[in-house]
Ligand binder design. Sequence first.
Ligand SMILES: Cc1cc2nc3c(=O)[nH]c(=O)nc-3n(C[C@H](O)[C@H](O)[C@H](O)COP(=O)(O)O)c2cc1C
Length: 380
Amino acid sequence: MSTASDPAAPDAAVRAARVLSRPVTLNGLTVPNRIAMAPMTRMFSPGGIPGEDVRDYYARRAAAGVGLIVTEGTYVGHPSAGESDRVPRFHGEEQLAGWAKVTEAVHEAGGTIVPQLWHIGMVRKAGKPPFPEAPAMGPSGLVTAGAEPTGKAMTQQDIDDVVAAFAQAAADAERIGFDGVEIHGAHGYLVDQFLWEGTNRRTDAYGGDPVARTTFAAEIVAAVREKVSPEFPVIFRFSQWKMHDYTARLAETPEELEAILTPLAAAGVDVFHASTRRYWLPEFDGSDLNLAGWAKKLTGKQVITVGSVGLDGEFTDSFRGEGAPVKNIDNLLDRLEADEFDMVAVGRALLQDPEWAAKVLQGRFDELKPYDAESVKTLY
Ligand SMILES: Cc1cc2nc3c(=O)[nH]c(=O)nc-3n(C[C@H](O)[C@H](O)[C@H](O)COP(=O)(O)O)c2cc1C
């Protein structure tokens, strides 16, 4: 970041404020600025119920300028969806009542908020809470490419049940005051297990070429769309990489990416959230566009970028306990000004520093802190 001794600092500050503080409308929702908080799992909801600390955690970030909060992944109402009793659930009276208080507090603070709806699929380990008797299931019972099946290949009934659970969660989200929903279609969890050929070996209508592998995700999007108001934004998060394979790719070419994203756009996605680990890396040869940029170019939909915004050192390092120094956002602003993407999601920097958005929007760059992976374990 620019420092007080940097003669360019005032200009950089003015530019950051000008570019990031423009409102943006996603379907029927107007977000006050271009900064989104990336979804980040936390284990602070015993019994799957988000309590006052969770409410305050999100409200604090909204009050300090985050335009759109995407909550941590929250399990949809299907017994095989999760593997922790401390991850918030998006079903059940007490759980939804907890979420309603979160949305209220974020709105009072001037922000907007969507839940990230999540089913972990084959990442689930047998016997884990919140529903120990539930089997692990996925398209072909595989955790990653080349693995032996360790779970159940989903039946048509399983597929229908999960689709209905996502749709119900979206209807509940609108009912209790959320501003939209994000479907977690990334990182090697259930929806992505269908999208990726490494984990989808099916020979029925849900497997085969990229379009066929998109059938499950498109059914979820269509079912969600049917249960919510037409103006309610539906965001779809996707990624090339998987938790079990950072080098995996869904699409090797723009054509393959188009084959996957087009049916999702047609089913009703308003915004694609392209999860990368470093936003400045070009996705395909012959163009500077990153993954979000390509999603926008190929679908004409709005897109959110993410990945090491404000930090040098990617987030997967943080799982090994590594920190990251502060990095300037000049390249990000260039790309945003060029309309490569519409919003910018920020993960670790906002996890550690609830004031990050206010500091950036006000040009207080010299107050930004390096990411300290150890300290965030105790923070909320
Ligand atoms: C602690 C932690 C938890 C995360 N949990 C989720 C999650 O629940 N859902 C998801 O889609 N991504 C999750 N991510 C990925 C982030 O949303 C984001 O894409 C990633 O951290 C890169 O952004 P950053 O470099 O700004 O941190 C998580 C990341 C971190 C660091």
